[in-house]
Design a protein around this ligand. Structure first.
Ligand SMILES: Cc1cc2nc3c(=O)[nH]c(=O)nc-3n(C[C@H](O)[C@H](O)[C@H](O)COP(=O)(O)OP(=O)(O)OC[C@H]3O[C@@H](n4cnc5c(N)ncnc54)[C@H](O)[C@@H]3O)c2cc1C
Length: 501
């Protein structure tokens, strides 16, 4: 029987793999996912929500309402125990959305199903061999798939990363936590977070609502437990008695914990792949970076890796762009995750309850009480300040394009990105641009906008006459029709001009 073929095979259908599949499918690429799990169920709690930039990314694809309809809006970004209120930030989503990862994945999987991406479920990628024209992907059921590219979105223990020989340097764990969902026979005197010399712990019902910025837990139902263990380095699967023991050590009681639906262990190990690409094999999400969950950055970073990679890989597969475009994926995304690793490691150091750490936390809180540092950190933790180094120029260059409402009809910038196609947005003299040699790839839209130009981290920036926006929503060029650099930018990002126009 001939080997089934796809242009791209994605190992792993978690948040990163699903997002990447959606991006490729929107670009018309034949993509398939191989997923170990038989269904989309997520064991345990994992990510608890979405920050602003991830919400914007979903908005750019026209699917944000699906998440908003199910989640709870709150001001949940923070650092060193300081909460930030980002309600004044210039974004349509100046908040975080509380929504458990199982719901996030279900919604993403629904979108991917609408885009008709095949998912080989209940099957693992067990190995691969790459040659000049593609990759043979070996599956646990004995079959193989042939693809032009393989992307490992297969989580922190990524087989794809290891088999590709990609190094994963970083730091070993210093703390270990158990996270579980279970029933409690007794109701604790209070829900929420507790800190002690060993670290951070918390108890709260899985179901909750946010009223006036405060979490109001459901009266009954399963309880999410997070507890820091006394030791590091346990390798056996955690049990109910481990959980009970850890609770007794912190709370003096285990509150009659029973009937767990999940118990998992995570540590503060922080590691990042040395390279995001090895030939025809790429990695994204937790496969490329792992770090402690402080600040809730892992899923956001993985989804945004996928949005950075998707359109580039699509163009390379279609032969529009050279393979070197894929190198910009590493160049742009590696520093983003490196920064996430750095601030999550700092957060872990600040978790401790000894006198000196408390003093350091208070010092941080004092600094974060000042306007400029607060704005800087809030923009960082919400993902709104991401800046790809595309050279000198207008402050918008390499930053996210704001979702401006333009005056010709009810047109929002993000609406133009629903199909994941680039757009040249001209705010100057109508019909001033002729980009017909790229007309098959790049939309040209004349628009009017008289409002303020503001970026979350920077504040007001000069108005732009025209902006070239990539499918991931980042600005590739800013200028006007007198500036010849537009041709270079169009060619660099979206391939050479076509002769016929
Ligand atoms: C306790 C905890 C709390 C967290 N809280 C947050 C938070 O609040 N905010 C946040 O943004 N992030 C949070 N995270 C991180 C977040 O859960 C991860 O970053 C996110 O799941 C990464 O998505 P991914 O798709 O890259 O990898 P994964 O979610 O790990 O998905 C990998 C997928 O690949 C599949 N797979 C693995 N190997 C193979 C194989 N060989 N073949 C086929 N399939 C395979 C797996 O079944 C899985 O579906 C938290 C994590 C933990 C542990």
């Amino acid at each position: 029987m001939p080997m089934p073929k796809h242009a791209v095979v994605i190992a792993g259908g978690g948040p990163s793999g699903l997002m990447l599949a959606g991006e490729l499918a929107l670009a018309g690429i034949d993509v398939a996912i191989v997923e170990r799990r038989a269904n989309q169920d997520v064991t345990g709690s994992r990510a608890g929500g979405l920050h602003s930039r991830t919400l914007e990314v979903f908005d750019q694809r026209g699917i944000v309402d699906r998440f908003l309809a199910e989640g709870q809006k709150s001001q949940a970004t923070g650092f060193a125990g300081v909460r930030f209120d980002i309600s004044g930030f210039p974004t349509r989503h100046p908040y975080s959305l509380g929504l458990w990862q199982n719901h996030i994945e279900r919604i993403l999987a629904g979108w991917v199903a609408e885009l008709k991406v095949p998912i080989y479920r209940g099957i693992e990628v067990t190995g691969f061999a790459q040659d000049e024209s593609g990759v043979d992907v070996e599956l646990s059921d004995g079959r193989s798939l042939r693809a032009q590219y393989l992307v490992g979105c297969d989580g922190g223990r990524s087989l794809v990363r290891k088999a590709a020989g990609i190094e994963f340097p970083g730091s070993d764990p210093t703390t270990s936590n158990l996270i579980a969902v279970a029933e409690l026979a007794e109701t604790p005197p209070e829900w929420g977070i507790r800190r002690d010399a060993h670290g951070i712990h918390s108890l709260g019902r899985v179901d909750y609502e946010v009223h006036d910025g405060q979490i109001v837990y459901a009266d009954k139902g399963p309880v999410g437990v997070l507890v820091t263990e006394r030791g590091v380095g346990q390798t056996a699967e955690p049990t109910l008695s481990d959980l009970s023991e850890a609770l007794v050590a912190v709370y003096g009681t285990d509150y009659g914990i029973h009937s767990p639906t999940s118990i998992t262990r995570f540590t503060d190990a922080a590691r990042q792949a040395a390279s995001y690409r090895a030939g025809r094999v790429l990695i994204a999400g937790d496969a490329a970076h792992v770090h402690p969950p402080d600040g809730g950055q892992g899923l956001q970073t993985g989804v945004q890796d996928a949005v950075n990679l998707g359109w580039k890989l699509a163009q390379v597969v279609k032969g529009i762009s050279p393979e070197s475009l894929l190198d910009t994926y590493h160049t742009e995304r590696h520093p983003v995750a490196a920064r996430v690793l750095r601030h999550t490691m700092a957060s872990v150091a600040l978790r401790r309850e000894d006198e000196r750490t408390k003093a350091l936390r208070d010092t941080m809180a004092e600094l974060l009480g000042m306007d400029e540092p607060r704005r800087h950190f809030a923009a960082m933790m919400s993902g709104l300040d991401i800046h790809y180094d595309l050279g000198e120029g207008h402050p918008l260059l390499g930053r996210r394009m704001p979702d401006l409402s333009t005056a010709n009809g009810p047109l929002r910038v993000f609406d133009l990105l629903h199909g994941a196609r680039p757009v040249l947005l001209n705010f100057g003299t109508p019909c001033a641009f002729d980009i017909s040699p790229w007309a098959d790839r790049v939309q040209l839209v004349d628009a009017k906008y008289d409002g303020p130009w503001e970026l979350p981290a920077l504040g007001a920036v000069p108005a732009a006459a025209a902006v070239l926006i990539r499918p991931d929503g980042y600005v590739a060029w800013v200028g006007d029709q007198t500036q010849p650099a537009l041709t270079d930018a169009l060619t660099a990002w979206f391939g050479p001009p076509t002769a016929s126009g």
